[in-house]
Design a protein around this ligand. Structure first.
Ligand code: NDP
Length: 284
C-alpha cells in the first residue's frame, strides 16, 4: 500500500511558517510583502482562483490587491495596469489570471511583467533561468510537485522520472526541475508510443495530462512515487485526478490524492514566491 502524501497537510505546515515570517516582519515594523492579482472579465473559475489567492494571502498576513478589469478591457489598458504595478515599490509580485478574454494577448502581458515581480514564473527570462539552472521564479504547480516529492523523502538524483504532459505550465518545468536535481527524465505526450510501458519504468511518475483516471496500475512501477497534478471532473461532477487512485495505490510507494494533493500546494508556492520577491526587493 502506498503512503498517501496530502498536499493539504504539507501546505498547512508551510503556511504556518509563512505566517510566522509575516509576524516577524510586522513586529519589526517592516514594509509587508504584497501580491497584486489582475483579473480581466467575469470567468467564474478564474474568479474563484483569484479569491483563493487573496484568501491565502490574508490567512498568512501577506498584503494583496485584486485589480478587476472589465471584459472589454483593451490590450493597451491592460499593459498600462501591468506597467503601473511594475513601477509600484509596494508591489512585490504581479500575476495576471489566465485565460484572458478573447482578443487579449496573454504572452504580451506576461512579457510586460517585470521578471523580478513575475511570481508565476512565466516570463521568458524566468523560463530561461530555470533551464540555465539560475535562480529565478519557477511556476507554482511544478514547485509544489517538487516540494511533495521532497516530503516523500524521495531524492530524484539518479532516479528514472517520467513526466506525463509537456505543457509550459506544468509538464515542461517540472521535467526541468527533476533534471536539475539529477533525475533521468523522460517527457511523454499525446504522440508517445507504448505509454504504459514507458511510464512503468519510472521511479518517479508525474501525471499532468488532464485525462481523468488515465494512469492505471499498468502505468506504475512497484514502489514508485506518483504525483497526480490532474484536476478533472467526472460524470458526477466530482473532482478526480489523472491517476486512477484505487488501482495505483496498492502498487505505488507514495501517492498524492486528488483533491487535497497538488492543488493546495500551488497557491502556497505562490505565497513563497511572493516572499522571495519581497526579500530580493528589500536586498535581503
Ligand atoms: P495541457 O492541456 O496544457 O497539457 C496536457 C498535456 O498532456 C499535453 O502535453 C498533452 O500532449 C498531454 N496529453 C493529453 N492527452 C494525452 C494522452 N492521452 N496521452 C498522453 N499525453 C497526453 O494541460 P496542463 O499541463 O495545463 O494541465 C494538466 C492537468 O493538470 C490538467 O488536469 C489541469 O487541470 C491540471 N492542473 C492542475 C494544477 C494544480 O494546481 N493542481 C495547475 C495546473 C494544471 P500534447 O502536448 O501532445 O498535446
Amino acid at each position: 500500500m502506498a503512503q498517501v502524501i496530502y498536499g493539504s497537510e504539507v501546505s498547512k505546515d508551510i503556511r504556518t511558517q509563512l505566517s510566522e515570517q509575516m509576524e516577524a516582519l510586522r513586529g519589526a515594523g517592516a514594509r509587508m510583502p504584497k501580491l497584486a492579482v489582475i483579473l480581466v472579465g467575469n470567468n467564474p473559475a478564474s474568479l474563484s482562483y483569484v479569491t483563493g489567492k487573496e484568501k491565502a494571502c490574508a490567512q498568512v498576513g501577506m498584503e494583496s490587491e485584486l485589480i478587476r478589469l472589465p471584459e472589454a478591457t483593451t490590450q493597451d489598458e491592460l499593459m498600462a495596469v501591468v506597467r503601473r504595478l511594475n513601477e509600484d515599490p509596494a508591489v512585490d509580485g504581479i500575476l495576471c489570471q489566465l485565460p484572458l478574454p478573447r482578443g487579449l494577448d496573454s504572452a504580451q502581458v506576461i512579457r510586460e511583467i517585470r521578471p523580478d515581480k513575475d511570481v508565476d514564473g512565466f516570463h521568458p527570462i524566468n523560463v530561461g533561468k530555470l533551464h540555465l539552472k539560475e535562480d529565478g521564479f519557477v511556476p507554482c504547480t511544478p514547485l509544489g510537485c517538487m516540494e511533495l516529492l521532497h516530503r516523500m523523502g524521495v531524492n530524484p538524483s539518479g532516479k528514472r522520472a517520467v513526466v506525463l504532459g509537456r505543457s509550459n505550465l506544468v509538464g515542461a518545468p517540472v521535467a526541468r526541475l527533476l533534471l536539475n536535481e539529477n533525475a533521468t527524465v523522460t517527457i511523454c505526450h499525446s504522440k508517445t508510443e507504448n505509454l504504459p510501458q514507458v511510464c512503468a519504468e519510472a521511479d518517479i511518475l508525474i501525471a499532468a495530462v488532464g485525462r481523468a483516471k488515465m494512469v492505471t496500475a499498468e502505468y506504475v512501477k512497484e514502489g514508485a512515487a506518483v504525483i497526480d497534478v490532474g484536476i478533472n471532473r467526472n460524470e458526477q461532477g466530482k473532482l478526480v485526478g489523472d491517476v486512477d487512485f484505487a488501482s495505483v495505490e496498492p502498487k505505488a510507494g507514495f501517492i498524492t490524492p486528488v483533491p487535497k494533493g497538488v492543488g493546495p500546494m500551488t497557491i502556497t508556492m505562490l505565497l513563497k514566491n511572493t516572499l522571495k520577491a519581497y526579500r530580493q526587493h528589500e536586498g535581503e
